[in-house]
Design a protein around this ligand. Structure first.
Ligand code: TYD
Length: 207
């Protein structure tokens, strides 16, 4: 049974660590998973990612950024996500459409519906079956990143705190707008607890 699960949240929410553990657990249980990420996940999409996240690209216009994310998303869908879903796999994707709605649409001020329209063109209306929102106060998330020196700090990490508050607010609005596919996970809890609740949300959809 194919299932498209996306993992969303602000910086330092721990979603990438949780995602790795969840993937291992689901595989041990015999599910065929595909663990992937956005922007990126395929060579062309990774090249687009490098342009977007390059710290030197300080002149990048917000709409250019939104279009590049959408372009990277489309390439990743065509080359990786759609084929995997067709083969009945469980796709676990670190960020997807909702990141564009929250970062570019909400926090960057382009408007959720404007960014959604661009993304509906890019994705041909492919929404996730389940979106796990790793919700955490930006202050806590950013403090986690600061204390984890091994993690690379990217251009968007450096945005000021209001930007991150805007991201969180928009994600919570999206959760209210799409209650059927959204599950909010309290990411201030321990990694074990977070993985446990994420696991149960996925397992419930696999029955
Ligand atoms: P990444 O290093 O993958 O961050 P994280 O570990 O937090 O997922 O960098 C991805 C950055 O891109 C992150 O700051 C969120 C941002 N982003 C958008 O602004 N819009 C998007 O559509 C996507 C997919 C990501």
């Amino acid at each position: 049974m194919s299932l498209f699960v996306t993992f969303e949240g602000g910086e330092g929410s721990g979603k990438s660590s949780a995602l790795k553990l969840l993937d291992e657990r689901l595989r041990r249980e015999g599910y065929e998973t595909v663990l992937t990420r956005e922007p990126g996940g395929t060579p062309i999409a990774e090249q687009i990612r490098n342009v977007i996240l390059d710290k030197a690209n300080t002149k990048m216009d917000s709409r250019t950024e939104a279009l590049l994310y959408a372009a990277s998303r489309r390439q990743h869908l065509v080359e990786k996500v759609w084929p995997a879903l067709k083969e009945g796999k469980l796709v676990l994707c670190d960020r997807y459409l909702d990141s564009s709605l929250a970062y570019q649409g909400g926090a960057r001020g382009l408007g959720i519906d404007n960014v959604l329209n661009v993304n509906l063109f890019a994705t041909e209306g492919t929404y996730p079956d389940l979106t796990l929102l790793f919700d955490i106060e930006p202050e806590i998330g950013l403090a986690r990143i600061a204390s984890n020196a091994s993690r690379e700090v990217n251009r968007l990490d450096l945005e000021k705190i209001e930007f991150h508050r805007g991201v969180r607010k928009t994600f919570l609005e999206l959760a209210a707008r799409y209650p059927d596919r959204y599950v909010i996970i309290d990411a201030s809890k321990t990694l074990e607890e977070v993985v446990e609740s994420a696991y149960h949300s996925i397992a419930a959809r696999l029955k």
